[in-house]
Design a binder for this molecule. Structure first.
Ligand SMILES: *Cc1c(COP(=O)(O)O)cnc(C)c1O
Ligand SMILES: [Zn+2]
Length: 378
């Protein structure tokens, strides 16, 4: 395995310290695996069922919850049938577990036993959970005011959780300093090339669950865009392997206040209007893999759109009433599907998958306050 930078083509031998290119670009795994039905390990019901597609060997896996394939349920947006990928049921309650599982095992194999990570919440809970499972020491730095559900969860896993005042960048800096302050290894999941390699598993699961076919559309909330990147990599490997005949159209949804992907995609100037949003999981002002992800989305013939705070609220209720208790950040995807249908960018009758990126139980306090508002979008 080698790391490669798509900006300047520099290659690196993986070490725990190397998480980005000297040029400032993000790193990717240089392999171009192809995957088809024959490569599935049929008796394994965990994400390691697709081990052939991953850069680390199944034999190297020391830390696992035997995380199972998450359900693909049906739901309706208005009159239109869609499918809902329930990553709210991952071991720590968000899709971040897919990436954390890969990174933690890789670091563990390289002798790392004390990690630090900065996160808006779910990344932190995921690393704390996997660190607890593997017996690693874990330090998590979160923005002050992060949902109690996530900080309590992180602390229950035995991690130290530091709430840092200031910008998201201040939080990252505090985590990066942890090698000095806490004798700890900084993970940097938004940069770490192994993170998206784990997220790829979502594409493989959806492909199997759709009857070994790609859906027409896959719609996700976009923060750093790691979920989009992972989904793209998984589906392109299936395309390369001849297992599907087209990529699904990938759509990233952001909120009106913070929409760097949307603006860059449309060749507009990036402006950050508001930092107060229900969607705390995607309050990211600049993605570490911006230009690459925009290219992936273009290649898939998808796009980026925004939704407003009232639309996010309405989507929370719309999903709740159908039995899905979801994090406000996840509601962005379903508000986005509604928008895309109205814009006729996607159509009824197509196979459209939205994802519940995080469990509503993580944000009970925020959701309680919303209900007290009495605003019901339906
Ligand atoms: C991290 C996160 C996202 C955004 O994922 P990116 O890979 O950063 O785009 C969306 N929803 C939830 C609940 C998250 O925790
Ligand atoms: Zn580079």
């Amino acid at each position: 395995m080698k790391y490669i930078c798509k900006q300047c083509t520099q290659e690196y031998t993986p070490t725990p310290q190397r998480i980005r290119c000297d040029c400032g670009g993000a790193l990717w795994i240089d392999a171009k695996p192809r995957f088809s039905k024959a490569d599935i390990i049929a008796h394994d019901f965990t994400m390691w069922r697709y081990a052939k597609a991953y850069p680390i060997d199944k034999a190297e896996i020391n830390i696992a919850f035997n995380e199972t394939i998450t359900p693909l349920a049906t739901a309706k947006i208005g009159q239109v049938d869609i499918l809902v990928k329930m990553d709210s049921l991952m071991p720590t309650g968000s899709f971040k577990d897919r990436g954390a599982a890969m990174v933690i095992n890789h670091l563990y194999a390289q002798g790392i036993r004390n990690i630090s990570e900065d996160s808006s919440g779910n990344g932190g809970s995921a690393y704390a959970g996997y660190a607890a499972k593997g017996g690693l020491i874990c330090n998590i730095f979160v923005p002050a005011g992060t949902s109690l559900g996530k900080t309590v969860q992180t602390r229950m896993y035995g991690a130290r959780c530091f709430e840092v005042a200031g910008t998201r960048e201040d939080v990252a800096q505090a985590a990066m300093n942890s090698s000095v302050t806490h004798d700890s290894h900084y993970v940097g999941h938004n940069w770490h090339p192994l993170f998206i390699e784990g997220v790829k598993s979502i594409a493989y699961e959806i492909w199997e669950q759709c009857g070994y076919r790609a859906p027409d559309n896959f719609i996700v909330p976009a923060g750093n865009g790691s979920l989009l990147a992972g989904a793209y990599l998984g589906f392109i490997e299936l395309l390369r392997g001849g297992a599907i005949d087209k990529l699904p159209r990938l759509f990233g949804v952001q909120m009106t206040g913070i929409q760097p992907f949307v603006q860059q995609f449309n060749n507009e100037k990036i402006t950050i209007d508001a930092t107060d949003t229900l969607a705390e999981g995607i309050k990211i002002q600049r993605s570490s893999r911006m230009s690459e992800i925009i290219e992936f989305v273009r290649e898939s013939k998808g796009g980026f759109i925004t939704v407003s705070e009232p639309e996010i609220k309405a989507a929370l209720h719309m999903m709740g009433k159908q039995g899905f208790f979801i994090e406000p950040t996840s509601a962005v995807a379903f508000a986005g599907i509604k928008r895309l249908l109205e814009m006729q960018q996607i159509l009824a009758g197509q196979v459209t998958v939205g994802i519940i990126t995080g469990n509503g139980l993580k944000a009970t306090q925020t959701l309680q306050a919303l209900m007290a508002d009495g605003v019901d979008g339906e």
